[in-house]
Design a binder for this molecule. Structure first.
Ligand code: NAG
Ligand code: NAG
Ligand code: NAG
Ligand code: NAG
Length: 505
């Protein structure tokens, strides 16, 4: 039978010791729930439907949300997060989504509880149900829906109002535990979403809770960009809510792999709720803090169904940009993976292979241990490693480096170092998708980055995440990740650097 992965990682933080008994105050902890939703889809999203039909369709998904909110509440959840597109689905056109749209009032202007004041705005059935869900189960509810905002037709040619006189936004909504609508966020970085507009101005949206202080909202593709994600971090927000509909992309951007990497690299909590959809390779949700990860990632062949992940996590206090050099320091003694006389950094022959559409420079790791360096331009990755078991292996590994702008399905500047298991035994297969491995590793992976935003991850066989033993960042941009004795066979060990300031070049 299939193996489902839902587990707690690394209790560096032990709850009672570190945080005492003061529940529900800052410096304490709270219970977060994320629901990976197996979407009930409209089979023909390009065919317009009536409002009545749209509501009938969304009701099927809302019924699942209702049951899961109840389960989350039973487990003590203070907040439950549902995924992007989880009510209406995706692949609509601008006109075919019409029946699904509601106008979400701006909570900064209107204090509105849709559950207790349902008749204040017409055409708000979904908002009412979500609000009542929060109220009935006495927890915060975060969901994603489609918002219609009428806009003034363009008398001003600079106006960004579309010709049909309305904006249509991919929108996160947040309800307080009494049902009050407390936040509305319009997704900034759309990903091939013909039904939606990007908001005319960047929205940086947070809300406050009595159980954990401030949370910030980002949606799916947003997580890769400066706006609004890094803007939130620079304002001191340490707890992010992340509804997503993310298509897995090994070896570097698998869902849970990147969720874990982002939370660690940015030192924040991430509540990530994804869609489950096997046809689109969507699965992978979790509750991540810098210290712990509780997550779910379905395996090939698992029944296609939803999954609730609930975890108690510490409140993270706001923390403004630490001074450069404020990294976690530790005894950085060089591990001895090679004999004294063979210890020189070797620079074996390199080759270029495409990994996730980017031309990486690779070197093969076809010895049991060693230390190698590979550079792409002036960006160099260094690796010291030891494989287990020793001796001849049926698995080929490579160390890759890439510096440049990724341009396929989005444009963003990267500096990436990655140890990957190659899909086959030929060099050309390095960088391709592989899900499993048997070879275990001790390693130290290191590079000098031109950005302080570097996201570290260790992914082992069958989508299991490991918490790196040691990650160290120094003021000059050097980042080192050390890990000994992987519990599973290594699939990818990665330092994923985002060089935001070069995105526009
Ligand atoms: C929906 O869109 C995705 C991404 O553009 C595409 O891969 C997929 O085939 C589409 N699915 C359907 C059912 O149209
Ligand atoms: C709601 O719609 C009804 C019928 O179209 C209309 O009479 C009423 O004024 C509307 N209410 C609001 C608050 O817009
Ligand atoms: C990460 O966050 C924890 C908890 O807030 C804090 O103690 C630690 O100093 C932070 N680490 C870095 C490198 O900023
Ligand atoms: C292993 O590396 C050596 C050079 O270090 C190379 O000559 C050899 O072809 C490699 N083996 C494989 C299987 O690629």
């Amino acid at each position: 039978m299939s193996l489902q992965v839902t587990l707690m990682l690394m209790a560096v933080w032990t709850f009672t010791a570190a945080f005492g008994q003061t529940w529900h105050t800052l410096d304490s902890s709270y219970v977060a729930a994320v629901y990976e939703h197996h979407l009930i889809q409209n089979p023909n999203p390009l065919v317009p439907v009536s409002r009545h039909q749209a509501l009938q369709h969304m009701q099927k998904n809302l019924d699942v949300y209702e049951a899961q909110a109840a389960l989350a509440a039973q487990q003590g959840a203070d907040i439950v997060v549902f995924p992007e597109d989880g009510l209406q689905g995706f692949n609509f056109s601008r006109s075919s989504i019409s029946g699904y749209l509601e106008t979400v009032p701006d909570p900064r202007e209107e204090k509105w509880n849709p559950c207790t004041e349902p008749s204040r705005f017409n055409n708000t059935e979904v908002l009412q149900q979500l609000s009542c869900m929060a109220r009935r189960h006495n927890l915060y509810v975060v969901a994603n829906m489609a918002d219609l905002q009428p806009c003034p037709l363009r008398t001003d040619p600079a106006s960004s109002c579309p010709p049909d006189g309305r904006w249509q936004f991919n929108t996160d909504v947040v309800f307080r535990s009494d049902g009050l609508l407390v936040a509305r966020y319009h997704k900034h970085n759309l990903y091939f979403e013909g039904a939606f507009d990007a908001p005319p101005r960047l929205e940086v949206v947070t809300f406050d809770t009595p159980f954990a202080g401030t949370f910030g909202l980002i949606t799916c593709f947003d997580i890769l960009f400066f706006e609004p994600t890094i803007v939130l971090l620079e304002r001191g927000v340490r707890q992010l809510i992340f509804p997503t509909a993310w298509m897995n992309q090994l070896p570097l951007l698998d869902t849970t792999q990147f969720q874990r990497a982002f939370s660690l690299g940015a030192n924040v909590t991430l509540l990530a709720a994804n869609i489950r959809h096997d046809g689109l390779i969507m699965t992978g949700s979790g509750v991540y803090t810098p210290f712990t990860a509780a997550y779910h990632h379905a395996q090939r062949g698992d029944p296609e169904e939803g999954r609730l992940v609930v975890a108690r996590v510490p409140v993270l206090e706001p923390q403004w940009d630490e001074k450069e050099g404020g990294g976690v320091k530790g005894g950085a003694t060089d591990p001895q993976y090679c004999h004294q006389d063979s210890c020189a950094w070797s620079a074996p022959p390199t080759f270029t292979a495409s990994m996730m559409y980017d031309p990486f420079q690779f070197v093969l790791l076809n010895h049991t241990k060693g230390q190698v360096e590979v550079c792409h331009g002036s960006f160099c990755c260094r690796l010291q490693f030891q494989k287990f078991p020793e001796g001849v292996s049926k698995e080929l590994y490579a160390l890759g480096a890439f510096e440049g702008t990724h341009t396929v399905n989005g444009r963003y500047a990267l500096q990436v170092c990655a140890v990957v298991r190659c899909a086959g035994m030929e060099a050309a297969s390095c960088g391709q998708v592989v899900e499993e491995a048997d070879t275990k590793f001790d390693f130290t992976l290191e590079a000098q980055f031109g950005s302080k935003y570097v996201y570290p991850s260790v992914l082992v066989s069958a989508y299991v995440l490991e918490q790196p033993d040691h990650v160290e960042k120094t003021g000059d941009g050097r980042m080192t990740m050390k890990h000994a004795n992987t519990a599973g066979g290594l699939v990818t060990a990665c330092l994923y650097g985002r060089v935001y300031h070069l995105d526009k070049q």
